[in-house]
Design a protein around this ligand. Structure first.
Ligand SMILES: [Zn+2]
Ligand SMILES: [Zn+2]
Length: 362
């Protein structure tokens, strides 16, 4: 028989309920994942022992198991009990039980960092100070004073759960609830560690260096696996999540991998042609301006934008040219522009609408 519950518990087929219970307690303690932290197979054995005990500790189930073997138990009326049983012993789809002997996952830690656009373009390393929980070194995370060991909770036999069989319309239904005495931890610390007061973890401040990749977007969240709080009773460590804020830039507006900016062009350069400096992330680049350029003309600098996260090149800088109307003119400059206007038959000064309004007031 592939799954002989009697063999699993090491008892005879005629064993009494008490013998089965004793065998289960001894084996559960021996194969408890807490006591076998370096043996990944202990959790599997622990589960198997639990399943065997579930099948044999209930007289009705045991009778059915004796008659029909593994396949005869549980019957259809027990389907809800089966899912309870499986979720409590196999922890649902993930395989890690959130409570009971399999340990509790450590807390996730979240932090925000703000970097400049230049840092986002080049990639940067940042030190982040976090407050986290680490395994207590005094008791190696057990919570028990050095030289002592936590014992299995007597109420739940170390499983962290109390199983009850209820008779319902559909037949016997097994329900599992968190053990009240141990709060679902499955164990009792009789002599708690003095450093962590039995918690198994202590709070500490750590500095983590976060490598921000070049091209990261504002608001991106990075996950640093296994750098969160320590787990309990051998449970996995939580993760560290960093949200990266990219500060507003005085010159550039970002659109994905492209950078937009505005470049003012003197009126004379726009009219006669010439060149202007277009800013880049590491300086500027001189670009030609064609004669007769209007406001709103776009100049693009290929490969000067933000790097792509996949490392395949960079976006572009998109510069909008804005023709600048000169201000604070000297008398000589005014005279020159007035003559220019006359040459183009353009009405300026007192002949303008503004001049006519002024006249109406005098
Ligand atoms: Zn401790
Ligand atoms: Zn308990």
């Amino acid at each position: 028989m592939p799954n002989d519950h009697y063999a699993t518990l090491g008892v005879d087929r005629r064993a009494s309920a008490d013998e089965i219970k004793k065998a289960y307690r001894r084996l559960a303690r021996e194969h408890h994942p807490d006591a076998n932290r370096h043996d990944p197979e202990s959790a599997e054995r622990f589960k198997k022992i639990g399943v065997a005990y579930q099948a044999l500790s209930d007289p009705e189930k045991r009778r059915r198991y004796d008659l029909y073997g593994d396949g005869g138990e549980p019957d259809l009326g027990d389907f809800s009990g089966l899912s309870d049983l499986f979720s409590s012993f196999f922890g649902g789809a993930t395989g890690a039980s959130p409570r009971g002997g399999a340990g509790q996952r450590g807390a996730d830690i979240v932090a925000d960092i703000e970097i400049t656009l230049e840092d986002a373009a080049a990639g940067v390393e940042r030190d982040v100070e976090i407050t986290t929980q680490v395994e207590c070194s005094e008791c190696a995370g057990s919570g028990a004073a050095p030289g002592t060991f936590p014992s299995a909770c007597l109420d739940c036999n170390g499983s962290g759960e109390i199983h009850e069989v209820r008779r319902t319309f559909f037949g016997n239904v097994m329900t599992a609830s968190t053990c009240y005495r141990c709060g679902g931890t499955g164990r009792q610390v009789l002599d708690p560690c003095r450093v962590c007061s039995g918690a198994g973890r202590v709070q500490t401040t750590e500095t983590l260096t976060v490598g921000v990749p070049a091209g990261i977007e504002n608001g991106s969240q990075m996950r640093i696996t296994g750098r969160g709080g320590a787990g309990l009773r051998g449970g996995p460590t939580g993760n560290f999540y960093v949200t990266v804020r990219v500060a507003e830039h005085p010159v550039f507006k970002r659109g994905g991998e492209d950078l937009g900016c505005e470049v003012s062009v003197p009126m004379t350069v726009a009219a006669l042609g010439g060149s202007v400096d277009v800013p880049t992330l590491d300086g500027s680049e001189r670009v030609d301006v064609a004669p007769g350029t209007q406001s709103g003309v776009v100049v693009k600098l290929k490969n000067k934008g933000m790097p792509r996260l996949d490392g395949r090149g960079r976006g572009e800088i998109v510069a909008w040219l804005r023709v600048e109307t000169p201000r604070n003119l000297t008398e000589e400059q005014k005279d020159l522009l007035a003559r220019f206007a006359t040459a183009r038959n353009e009405e300026v000064g007192d002949q303008s609408l503004f001049g006519r309004i002024k006249e109406a007031f005098h």
